[in-house]
Design a protein around this ligand. Structure first.
Ligand SMILES: *Cc1c(COP(=O)(O)O)cnc(C)c1O
Length: 401
């Protein structure tokens, strides 16, 4: 009998380097096809916000699937209406469009920009070096990393990249063709780099002055990942002038569905009417099933105060990793905000990850030689300590190699 990996390696496109085959998950634990247990601090790449097999998600899936799984956007559906209201009430006056993924949510931002700049012939979007915006043609064009673009040229010709957290670079890049600036609140795939508070405020001021849209890709950093609903609320906490900060549009996904594929973008009331009937669409997006799950995730985060929990556990993890830095010279830097924590090493992730897998800890690689810790929001202090212990063991083994 062939193993899972043998079959997969024969029939799947070879776009991923996979390691183990996972067959089951519960809470923050997962098990592979050989029965080995792992602590999952990769969370399916920042997706499994409630961990695995959370009863609230299982119940929402079960209940809604018996009622109706899919209805299309030709009709109203209650979970979609209710989730849209939750998102708008959480962000601010505006409207929401649902998508099936993060890349697709970002496509909505690009299309909004085109509609916004049409009359004056502006269409260029300034994005950041080391950003990541997804794998669609628009997404790889927007992404400020060469490796995702390679081989796919010609790209969508309307994106300009400048260094992140550098307001002067943005100012210098603005031309009459510029229509928007797109940032991540915390660069995720780039290696966990949070936006600086003064940068956010300066960007908001600049875009207002120049009549540009400020767009936020919150696919990874949004939906309570940093401990607040949106990363800018966390970054600007207690910063004077920060209370009124709001982008013109925000893309979300990942933690939103807790593992059920879904995303959304929010557009401020001022710009929402740029989209008119027929101007955008999706067959599957915003299905009753997806939105019922999204509501269950939101409800659970609020009821169980998981926003506070991920903030506390993320800080514990960050502190613990910083302590390990003295012990292991291979650690170059530790960065983080809430449940987004990055361990920058002097070696590339593929060279160290086998050591972590061997210790039973699942993490996710990122650019700039960074390993990402993206624990579910309901992780515990004991699990954080266990992750730290496994990290120390993996780095010791790496040192002895
Ligand atoms: C993951 C990610 C995306 C792409 O999301 P998909 O669901 O894979 O399409 C886009 N932007 C950011 C910031 C991400 O982290």
């Amino acid at each position: 009998m062939s193993t899972i990996s043998e079959i997969a390696d024969k029939y799947l496109l070879t776009t991923y380097r996979r390691s183990i085959a996972l067959v089951k998950g519960r809470g923050r634990r997962v098990w592979d096809s050989e029965g080995r247990e792992y602590l999952d601090f990769g969370g399916g790449v920042a997706v499994s916000s409630l961990g695995h097999a959370h009863p609230a998600m299982v119940e929402a899936l079960h209940k809604q699937s018996q009622l109706m799984i899919h209805s299309s956007n030709l009709y109203y559906n209650e979970p979609q209406a209710l989730l849209a209201r939750e998102l708008v009430e959480s962000i601010g006056e505006g409207r929401v469009f649902f998508s099936n993924s993060g890349a697709e949510a970002n496509e909505g931002l690009y299309k909004l920009s085109r509609l916004f700049g049409r009359e004056r012939g502006a269409y260029e979007i300034i994005t950041m070096v080391d950003s990541f915006h997804g794998r669609t043609m628009g997404g790889i064009s927007a992404t400020g990393q060469e490796k995702v673009k390679h081989g796919f040229e010609p790209l969508v010709p309307s994106f300009v990249h400048v260094p992140f957290n550098d307001i002067e670079a943005v100012k210098a890049a603005v031309t009459p063709k510029t229509v928007a600036v797109l940032i991540e609140g915390v660069q995720g795939e780039g290696g966990i780099f949070p936006a600086k508070p003064e940068y956010l405020l300066a960007l908001r001021k600049l875009t207002k002055e120049k009549g540009l849209l400020l767009l936020l890709d919150a696919v990874q950093c949004g939906f309570y990942r940093t401990g607040r609903f949106q990363s800018y609320e966390r970054i600007l906490e207690g910063v004077s002038g920060g209370e009124g900060f709001r982008p013109d549009a925000i893309a979300m996904a990942k933690a939103m569905g807790g593992g059920f594929p879904m995303g959304a973008f929010w557009v401020s009331a001022e710009h929402a009417s740029l989209f008119t009937p027929g101007s955008h669409g999706s067959t599957y997006a915003g299905s009753p099933l997806a939105c019922a799950v999204g509501l269950a995730v939101l409800d659970t985060v609020r009821k169980e105060k998981l926003d506070e929990n991920i903030s506390v556990q993320g800080a514990r993890l960050l502190e613990g990793l910083k302590k390990l830095k003295n012990q292991f010279p291979v650690i170059e830097e530790v960065r983080g905000l809430g449940g987004l924590v990055g361990l920058q090493l002097s070696v590339e992730p593929p060279d160290v990850q086998p050591f972590f897998v061997k210790e039973g800890l699942l993490l996710v690689g990122a650019a700039n030689r960074t390993l990402r810790y993206l624990p579910p929001f309901n992780t515990t202090a004991d699990e954080v300590d266990e992750a730290l212990d496994k990290t120390a063991k993996a780095l010791s083994a790496l040192g002895k190699r």
